[in-house]
Design a protein around this ligand. Structure first.
Ligand code: PAF
Length: 294
């Protein structure tokens, strides 16, 4: 399979690097990373160790069976523009937040949604550290079966990536949104690792944000009980207790956050969502002060 990874940061490089063990992969990313990969290949360290030689480029061109998009949600419009120069059969979004698949749908008929629980950190250009072996779950964003999803799942598995092809992506996407709505803003605003949400007042804020997200999911016709959203949140808090969430890392580095595609998305609803509204307002305030954001 011929695969383009658009947004080869930590997760994109790890998944692209693992796929490169069996497939033809092009990593599209930042100049220093692209240059290092072109020179010496990609070094995977940590829980998986390998040196692979994917192609690397700053721009997208030509044809591919699959484009994997791993950019931040606010960069999805830029991904759409860049990928319009690529003749891709299918696009898979492995991104945080909601609305990405809908935007990518202007590119190709087959857009798949995915979730990733592999842990990845980029220490230096040309290298990526696998901090946890997880799973990729992928499938049609609106649910159901698809032979293309099966084929892509097979290609991932052949490359040794733990993969499940799921027919219930709507529920899984909302469950992931509930986890991100609970963890990301709370840890970013309080500057704490995920494990700080296991008890106390911050845990209460996170649970309320997740519960509101489940309510909004049900308003969209997706059967996500409050208990399932809370259980998913608790299990991710436990499994990633020592980790800093992506939004906490964004705030620490003075970067724009994905608040609009997470708490902002939940709050943009007919359902009452006071906790998500407050979290979104606080983060927007921080972004405004830091001269970031929309
Ligand atoms: O965005 C993140 O950091 C991750 O999606 C998660 C699951 C919250 C773990 O930190």
């Amino acid at each position: 399979m011929d695969v383009v990874v658009f947004g080869a940061g930590s997760l994109g490089s790890l998944i692209g690097g693992l796929l490169a063990r069996e497939h033809v992969v092009t990593l599209v990313g930042r100049e220093d990373h692209v240059h290092a990969v072109q020179e010496d290949g990609l070094r995977i360290t940590g829980e998986i160790q390998a040196v692979v030689r994917p192609r690397a480029s700053k721009t997208v061109s030509g044809a591919a069976d699959l484009a994997i998009v791993t950019v931040k949600s606010y960069d999805t419009p830029a991904a759409v523009e860049a990928l319009s120069g690529c003749d891709c059969d299918a696009v898979l979004s492995l991104q945080n937040g909601m609305g990405n698949e809908e935007r990518l749908a202007s590119l190709v008929a087959t857009v798949l949604a995915g979730t990733a629980t592999y842990g990845a950190l980029q220490d230096e250009p040309g290298s990526v550290r696998c901090t946890g072996i997880g799973e990729i779950v992928l499938g049609p964003p609106d649910g159901g079966q698809s032979t293309i999803a099966d084929r892509i799942g097979e290609a991932f598995s052949t490359a040794g990536i733990e993969t499940t092809v799921a027919a219930d992506m709507p529920r899984r996407r909302w469950e992931k949104l509930a986890v991100n709505a609970g963890i990301n803003a709370t840890t970013a605003l309080s500057r704490v690792p995920n494990g700080a949400l296991s008890d106390g007042p911050l845990s209460d804020v996170a649970r309320r944000a997740a519960r509101e997200t489940a309510r909004v999911a049900r308003d969209h016709g997706v059967d996500l009980p409050d208990e399932a959203a809370i259980a998913a949140l608790e299990s991710v808090v436990d499994a990633t207790a020592d980790n800093e969430s992506s939004m906490y890392r964004d705030v620490q580095s003075g970067r724009r956050t994905e608040v609009e595609a997470i708490n902002g998305y939940v709050a943009d609803s007919d359902v009452e969502t006071p906790v998500n509204e407050t979290l979104a307002a606080l983060l927007r305030g921080w972004e405004r002060e830091s001269k970031l954001g929309k």
